[in-house]
Design a protein around this ligand. Structure first.
Ligand SMILES: Nc1ncnc2c1ncn2[C@@H]1O[C@H](COP(=O)(O)OP(=O)(O)OP(=O)(O)O)[C@@H](O)[C@H]1O
Ligand SMILES: [Mg+2]
Length: 280
């Protein structure tokens, strides 16, 4: 059963079209172009994203790891020929939210969800965390990572010796970037949202550090286990590494941030409101 005429199906390799037809038991593919090499396939009971991927096995591994550690994720499947598919998620990208409806957004919930999305990204060594690569599902108060190709980007040696660099990067991307984009934030000191974010980081850190060790062993191939197990250990040490990450953010990015924000954030950063202790 199809819900519309096939449009862009010919943009997909024939073997990928055949694989999709077989999986979905369809006679034609109602494919729409979304952006670049990303397509959406909608039928009466399915909405899925079909996308070209440079590292299909990696993307499906990342989705398995996220599921295994209980973080929000999209189930990625390899279609062969360098293409993958995953369910389409109706939640809007964070960029759209911060640019279009900052005022009607529950910012505490939003930043708490962004905070919760940091430990899994840290565990997986993810870069490329721009505002388009994160969706925010308001009905469940959850942020969801997209685009798993950039996982394992941080080499293991750097994770071991300078874990605060990746943390600093994620703090900037997942907290400061949305904060700067939200015009509303310039009217108030961002302490409350900063605390919501840090509380989110803390909540997820507590959850992940108590996961049984076997979780990684069960989903990851042997070669990836050292990286992921180190990731779990490092997530467990988040409060210890955090102050260095926060100092790095302050040193490296604060001048740019100050140009976009009024003083309160700068004061907050200086007064050590990064502290990863539970909010009193
Ligand atoms: N499963 C999905 N559900 C909903 N929207 C999606 C999904 N996958 C992708 N999108 C939308 O398509 C956009 C592009 O997808 P994605 O980030 O995976 O590829 P890309 O942008 O081409 O890769 P890169 O970020 O590395 O440039 C996303 O920003 C998002 O808006
Ligand atoms: Mg993207």
């Amino acid at each position: 059963m199809t819900s519309g005429p096939p449009t862009q199906a010919q943009s997909l390799p024939v073997s990928v079209q055949n694989e999709l037809l077989r999986r979905l038991q369809l006679s034609e593919l109602p494919v729409e172009h979304l952006v670049r090499d990303v397509f959406v396939l909608r039928t009466e009971d399915h909405a899925m994203v079909v996308k070209r991927a440079e590292r299909p096995e990696q993307e499906s591994l990342v989705s398995r790891v996220l599921f295994a550690i209980g973080s929000p994720a999209l189930a990625v499947e390899d279609l062969g020929q360098g293409w993958i598919c995953m369910p389409f998620c109706e939640a809007p990208p964070v960029r759209l939210l911060v640019e279009s409806r900052g005022e009607s957004l529950d910012q505490t919930e939003f930043f708490h969800a962004l905070g919760r999305s940091l430990p899994p990204a840290f565990l997986l060594g993810m870069r490329d965390r721009n505002l388009d690569n994160l969706l925010f599902d308001e009905s469940h108060g959850l942020a969801l990572h997209l685009d798993y190709a950039s996982a394992f980007h941080e080499p293991l040696w750097r994770r071991l010796w300078a874990g605060h660099r990746l943390l600093g990067y994620l703090y900037r991307r997942l907290f400061l970037d949305p904060l700067v984009k939200l015009d509303a934030i310039t009217d108030t000191a961002p302490t409350a949202v900063q605390q919501a974010f840090l509380q989110g980081v803390m909540d997820e850190h507590m959850r992940i550090r108590t996961l049984p060790r076997a979780v990684i062993r069960e989903v990851a191939p042997v070669l990836r286990r050292p990286y992921l197990s180190t990731g779990v250990v490092q997530v467990g040490r988040l409060p210890r590494v955090w102050p260095r990450a926060a100092r790095l953010v302050e040193r490296k990015y604060l001048s740019g941030i100050k140009r976009s924000l009024r003083e309160p954030l700068a004061q907050n950063l200086r007064q050590g409101n990064h502290s990863l202790r539970p909010v009193a």
